[in-house]
Design a protein around this ligand. Structure first.
Ligand SMILES: Cc1cc2nc3c(=O)[nH]c(=O)nc-3n(C[C@H](O)[C@H](O)[C@H](O)COP(=O)(O)OP(=O)(O)OC[C@H]3O[C@@H](n4cnc5c(N)ncnc54)[C@H](O)[C@@H]3O)c2cc1C
Length: 377
């Protein structure tokens, strides 16, 4: 949106040190670490809606390193060393999320668990130095033994309610005097700061954390980020299902978990409608939702009633790896995003690296090392 002639006179000014655009997990994690390293820093976070309104508050709540299939493909594309470094990065991201948010917030409900990548036939291990344990068929939950030959397990990982996680992180930041400006869209960077429809926020540094909305903000991101929809389905099962882990089934491109009250949450099947799932607007479609239901019926042989359907927007990069980097812009600007479906697992440590880059403690992030991205805004 732009400011009309009529509202021009009402343009407000506001001064701060750092402006973070986008109040998702990436933006809030960056603010967490900036205020951790430099407690006196003045930070304003603006969001066109509110904290957690984007993918960060709509995901499946897998706080995980990712499936063994993800690391296997990473190893074959970038090399085992890079896959191992990313695994360690994700591991430390989870550890720090646990230490600094999960255990620090009273009333935040989370569960320590593991993830299990289910396979219909035994496969070679995902890579040297990656801490995945093969779970044999007979050790799987009874209901899964008919379908699967076993799976690669990794942990500790966490089951969370992502909306709650974001709310607790927001509370931590409010206590650190971070200023939140909700319902305010940034539409341009200028040398003094960020312009919104009726406000110039003046700041020395700007961080863009816009996920799937990067290309909407500036065309420079069109070749870097592709917005893709991801849909979710929640069902109430007719019979109890004892499946305590976070499950991936890479061949069927689905992931699922149990919630309290015998509710199962499932997401994925994006590839049955690749074209239809491109774009940055949310909706649920019969083609994806039917595919998710069909998976539960025919693969897991479950009977259920549908409780809820929803979607969110992810920001994909070509390599499905994020960027945490400086941008060339009219002022000191940075960008963090492109998590491609792994933002909750990788986000907290990525926010730390973003903060370290900004204060000069780090010259490049792990992701710049694996694949550098040039951003000219
Ligand atoms: C359905 C679904 C399931 C998923 N499941 C998982 C999972 O289980 N585990 C996992 O690790 N990852 C999962 N992901 C991916 C994960 O949610 C994302 O990678 C992560 O949330 C990205 O965080 P972010 O802060 O970059 O983006 P977002 O949370 O999308 O934040 C971007 C913010 O920018 C704001 N914004 C956009 N444009 C503007 C503007 N011009 N001005 C101001 N504000 C603006 C938006 O309102 C939004 O709040 C899932 C994603 C989806 C959609």
């Amino acid at each position: 949106m732009t400011a009309s002639f009529w509202s021009k006179n009402f343009i407000k000014f506001h001064d701060t040190d750092v402006i973070i655009v986008g109040a998702g997990f990436a933006g809030l994690s960056t603010a967490f670490w900036l205020t951790h390293f430099q407690p006196g820093l003045r930070i304003t976070i603006l969001d066109r809606l509110s904290p957690g309104a984007g993918a960060s508050g709509r995901n499946a709540g897998f706080l995980t390193k990712g499936s063994s299939a993800f690391y296997k493909s990473l190893s074959s594309k970038w090399g085992t060393q890079e896959a191992r470094e990313l695994f360690e990065f994700a591991e430390s991201s989870l550890k720090e999320t646990h230490e600094h948010i999960l255990t620090k917030s009273s009333g935040l409900d989370f569960e320590v668990t593991r993830s299990l990548t289910l396979l219909e036939c035994e496969d070679v291990p995902p890579g040297v130095g990656l801490d995945f344990k093969w779970v044999k068929q007979g050790e799987l939950p009874f209901k899964l033994q008919k379908k699967y030959a076993g799976g690669y397990q990794s942990g500790p990982e966490y089951k969370i309610n992502p909306r709650e996680l974001l709310a607790h992180l927001e509370q931590i930041l409010l206590k650190r005097k971070v200023r939140f400006q909700n319902n305010l869209s940034a539409y341009r960077l200028v040398s003094e700061g960020v312009l919104t429809e009726d406000c110039l926020i003046r700041g020395k540094q700007v961080v863009l954390a816009l996920n799937g909305y990067f290309p909407q903000f500036h065309p420079a991101f069109k070749k870097i980020v592709t917005p893709r929809r991801a849909q979710m389905l929640a069902v109430q099962l007719d019979e109890p299902l004892d499946c305590p882990d976070l499950y991936y089934h890479p061949d069927e491109r689905v992931y699922w978990r149990m919630l309290k009250g015998n509710i199962l949450l499932i997401g994925g099947k994006r590839l049955v409608d690749t074209e239809g799932e491109m774009g940055d607007f949310e909706k649920v479609t019969p083609i994806i939702q039917d595919a998710l239901e069909e998976f539960l019926h025919s693969n897991l042989k479950l009977k259920f009633q549908v409780v809820h359907r929803w979607s969110g927007i992810m920001g994909f990069t070509e390599e499905e790896l994020p960027f945490v980097t400086k941008a060339s812009a009219p002022l000191d600007a940075f960008a963090i995003g492109g998590f491609s479906g792994h933002g909750m697992g990788l986000g907290f440590r990525s926010g730390k690296e973003m903060a370290q880059l900004m204060i000069g403690e780090l010259q490049e992030s792990l992701f710049t090392k694996i694949k550098s991205v040039k951003i000219d805004i």
